[in-house]
Design a protein. Structure first.
Length: 117
């Protein structure tokens, strides 16, 4: 009896706007950057925050997500907080930034800077 392996779902879903922003970032990235990395450092009044930065090397437990414009790495220590989330890029007259729809977040601070799981 053959075993059929089910495709592993993506740990994080990206909208077309987020993929386009990653492409924009990689187009002007430092020469040694291999992609951008999403992490959730401890910060803010609720405990965790979203952080996106250029990365020059992949770590062993980072999740690698290939997009048309470049590679997004998700910090291995942050992945449990982000599974099932959607990452979007939003702009209006006053702000621009990545926006996260995270089903794991149990609460957020009033300013929207940080979240708790």
């Amino acid at each position: 009896m053959a075993t059929t392996l089910r495709a592993r779902p993506a740990a994080l879903n990206l909208t077309q706007s987020a993929e386009a922003r990653i492409a924009d970032l990689m187009a002007k990235a430092p020469a040694d950057a291999i992609g951008v990395k999403l992490s959730t450092p401890k910060r803010g009044c609720s405990g965790l925050a979203y952080s996106v930065d250029y990365v020059t090397e992949a770590k062993a437990f980072d999740e690698k997500i290939d997009t048309p414009g470049g590679t997004l790495y998700v910090d291995g220590g942050s992945i449990l907080y982000l599974i099932g989330s959607t990452m979007d890029w939003a702009e209006d007259d006053f702000t621009a930034g990545f926006v996260f729809n995270n089903p794991n977040a149990k609460g957020a601070c009033g300013c929207g800077e940080s979240f708790t799981v």
